[in-house]
Design a protein around this ligand. Structure first.
Ligand code: FAD
Length: 477
């Protein structure tokens, strides 16, 4: 079908066809659709996609391109200033305007508002929609109309609202434009690294809208029933692994929620806990929206003066998984090889960096940003400020995770450590989380030579803990 009335459908963090509000509305209003993706790294400032995110994004665009082509639509991919490219495309297509789904990062809100204003002044139709959150950040508020800073009341308030169903996209009535503007090739976007690291990373991820649905459906058909307990054990595949798909919008939270309801999991113990994690994602966006300074500055002001002891050497050892603490090293190596890390271990490695090593939480957040396929400004900031004790609903700074105790409790057989720190794989479970305590003959039998095949701990636990607490005393006020 062809239509004279055309709209640009600007894809961003909503790389899917189903439950896509902007797409649904464009069809309902009788527009023929020119789908567009713009890689505009400058607009993201210091939070442009990191290495792992780019690899995931490359695959997500390729998959979207294929899915749209099957519907008869050619995705236009371009690189550069969104503002400029949208204007060019509006001229080239004589489209009536632009539809998009909202993003919530502070710089992007500013950029989008400016684009909207300018295009409206030029007489264009511009509409934005919600496709990435259950509730808009401004819809949930305390009785005094203020934003929440603690998760439990936020979730009680948000969860008492009616749940929105996924949006139906009426593809039967999709209108195809007469011609398509020129597109750059996806390869020319430069999203894939030269190293074979990208290929290794992708061995863990099948990136498509269909794969996201399968993942959600498989998880909600089985593992969710044990989620309440299994989710803390990194050696068990007990969580959904949906974070990157949610971040890039290959699936939306409305879809996940509705699937949980259909699979009768919304009220089971596992299902409720799982959905409350989707709630943490909502909370992260709520906090980012209302406290836009937090990616750079602590929510609790006094922590801006925290006496960090910045050390490139300490940071590097942590990044490369050479701290001498097996659970920390396993986490950091999983991060680098898979672009993802288990949540329990994210908390352990983050605590180790900011407390034992006294390195700034932002430095950890930056490394995560570059390595995670799910790097998300809202959730990453919340997670790091939680770990640093300086954010919304944060762990108190004086709660210093003990890496040995955490390891023994949550990886009792050492399965996780053995997978990612193979040089320790022959150590017995009694010593896997503290190899320096193993007798010499045990080390020898396991082929471990401390200081040679695996490092000694870079700081003794007690010393690190006491140093962290002393530093905390200086700011606690
Ligand atoms: P599941 O346990 O299956 O949870 C389902 C979904 O809920 C996740 O996919 C995610 O979208 C959401 N979710 C779960 N836990 C959290 C949480 N604590 N905060 C916000 N949303 C949550 N998550 C990111 O998506 N991107 C990040 O950049 C990120 N950085 C983090 C940094 C630190 C220091 C910490 C402690 C946590 C961070 N998290 C981040 C949160 C969490 O670790 C991941 O969302 C989770 O591990 C993803 O695995 P999953 O999809 O199997 O989660």
């Amino acid at each position: 079908m062809e239509s004279e009335k055309t709209i640009l459908l600007w894809f961003r963090k909503d790389l899917r066809i189903q439950d896509n509000s902007a797409f649904a509305q464009a069809i309902e209003m009788g527009y023929s659709i020119v789908p567009v993706f713009i890689l505009d790294e400058d607009a993201e400032g210091q939070w442009k996609p990191g290495g792992a995110s780019k690899v995931f994004l490359h695959e997500a665009i390729a998959s979207l391109e294929k899915d749209l082509a099957a519907l008869g639509l050619a995705l236009v991919v371009r690189k550069g200033s969104s503002d400029k490219i949208l204007e060019e495309l509006l001229k080239e297509t004589a489209a009536a305007g632009v539809f998009w789904n909202r993003r919530y990062e502070p710089r992007i809100i500013r950029r989008d508002s400016e684009i909207k204003k300018r295009l409206k002044e030029a007489g264009k139709v511009v509409e934005s929609f919600n496709s990435s959150l259950l509730w808009e950040p401004w819809e949930v508020a305390t009785q005094q109309g203020k934003p929440f800073q603690v998760f439990t009341p936020f979730w009680k308030n948000a969860g008492s609202r009616s749940m929105r169903e996924p949006v139906q996209v009426d593809l039967e009535n999709l209108l195809i434009p007469k011609s398509s503007p020129r597109s750059d090739s996806l390869e020319s976007m430069g999203l894939l690294p030269e190293l074979d690291w990208g290929e290794k990373l992708l061995a863990r991820w099948e990136v498509s809208e269909e794969a996201a649905h399968k993942k959600a459906s498989d998880f909600l058909s089985g593992p969710v029933s044990a989620y309440d307990t299994d989710r803390d054990f990194p050696g068990i595949d007990g969580t959904s692994s949906l974070s990157a798909y949610l971040h890039w919008g290959l699936i939306g939270p409305r879809q996940v929620w509705s699937l949980a309801v259909r699979k009768e999991q919304a009220h089971t113990q596992g299902g409720k806990t799982f959905l409350s994690e989707i709630g943490w994602r909502e909370f992260a966006y709520h906090v980012l929206y209302h406290f836009p300074q937090t990616p750079e500055r602590p929510l609790r002001d006094k922590y801006a003066e925290f006496p960090w002891e910045v050390s490139v050497d300490s940071q590097k050892k942590w990044e490369s998984g050479e701290t001498g603490y097996p659970i920390v090293d396993a986490g950091m190596r999983q991060l680098y090889s898979e672009g993802w890390m288990h949540n329990r271990v994210r908390m352990i490695v983050a605590s180790f960096l900011v407390k034992h090593l006294l390195q700034p939480w932002n430095a950890g957040a930056k490394w995560f940003w570059d390595c995670l396929v799910d790097a998300d400004l809202a959730s990453n900031t919340l997670g790091w400020q939680w770990s640093g004790g300086c954010g919304a609903d944060a762990a108190p700074y004086f709660r210093v995770f003990n890496p040995m105790t955490q390891g023994k409790k949550f990886d009792p057989e050492g399965l996780y450590v053995k997978k990612y720190v193979p040089e320790l794989k022959h150590l017995s479970k009694s010593y896997i989380h503290e190899p320096w305590e193993a007798p010499d003959d045990e080390l020898e039998k396991a082929g471990v030579e401390l200081g040679e095949t695996y490092p000694f701990p870079m700081i003794e636990h007690k010393e690190g803990r006491e140093r962290a607490l002393a530093a905390f005393e200086l700011v606690k006020g």
